[in-house]
Design a protein around this ligand. Structure first.
Ligand code: ZN
Length: 217
């Protein structure tokens, strides 16, 4: 649902309406419970209006990391927590039925590497080199498919998926034919490959990533 502000004259009206905005009910997660409110997302930032002073506005540049999951949005602010957790920045989590595809499309077009798409989003059904993999997690690994498509690299897995724009990828590396590491601003992702990757395929991937990032011609 696009929200069009009242048209200010005939000439401006189409420009005003071309801006995007989404508004949807969410739960703001507290340590134990939650409060209910409305999240408004548009081209300038994110706003939450809830009860009891739970109302905030974050322009995008005030967000240290914005993560979109299938059922939640996590905002890591630059604000320090109170001193009992010294040095930890305040994070806000909102859950609900989210317009995932639209948010993923808008945010990946507009935001820089501080946006983390922990969803498959519009990337589902993308074609490209597909590698069946296991991601080695700290506690428990996940299994899925890594797709190197024309405009993104997608890790498709039931939980903890990722869609990386090529500019999100700082570099890839491989220590053996059965191992691949993708390094992003968010973290390093270590994958175990279920099929060996040949040296020429790996070199091709590496070259593509470097080219798409404009680091080589
Ligand atoms: Zn709240």
């Amino acid at each position: 649902m696009a929200i069009c502000k009242a048209a200010i004259g005939l000439i401006l009206s189409s420009a005003v309406c071309s801006l995007w905005a989404q508004q949807f009910p969410v739960h703001h997660q507290h340590l134990r419970k939650f409060c209910a409110g409305t999240l408004t997302v548009d081209e300038s930032g994110i706003r939450f209006s809830g009860p009891k002073g739970h109302a905030w506005t974050w322009p995008y540049m005030e967000i240290q990391q914005l993560t979109l999951y299938a059922g939640s949005i996590r905002i890591l602010s630059y604000k320090d927590r109170s001193n009992w957790k010294l040095g930890k920045d305040v994070a806000y989590t909102f859950t609900g039925k989210l317009p995932i595809e639209l948010l993923e499309r808008q945010w990946s077009a507009q935001l820089d590497q501080r946006f983390v798409a922990a969803v498959v989003g519009q990337a589902s059904g993308r074609s490209g080199l597909k590698l069946p993999v296991k991601q080695l997690g700290l506690i428990k690994g996940t299994q899925g498919t890594l797709t190197f498509a024309a405009d993104a690299v997608v890790y498709d897995t039931p939980r903890d998926a990722r869609t990386w724009r090529y500019r999100d990828i700082q570099f890839i590396s491989s220590a053996s034919p059965f191992q691949l590491t993708i390094t992003t601003l968010e973290q390093q992702f270590h994958f175990q490959l279920k099929q060996a990757i040949t040296e020429s395929t790996y070199n091709q991937l590496w070259l593509e990533i470097e080219k798409k990032n404009g680091r080589i011609q």
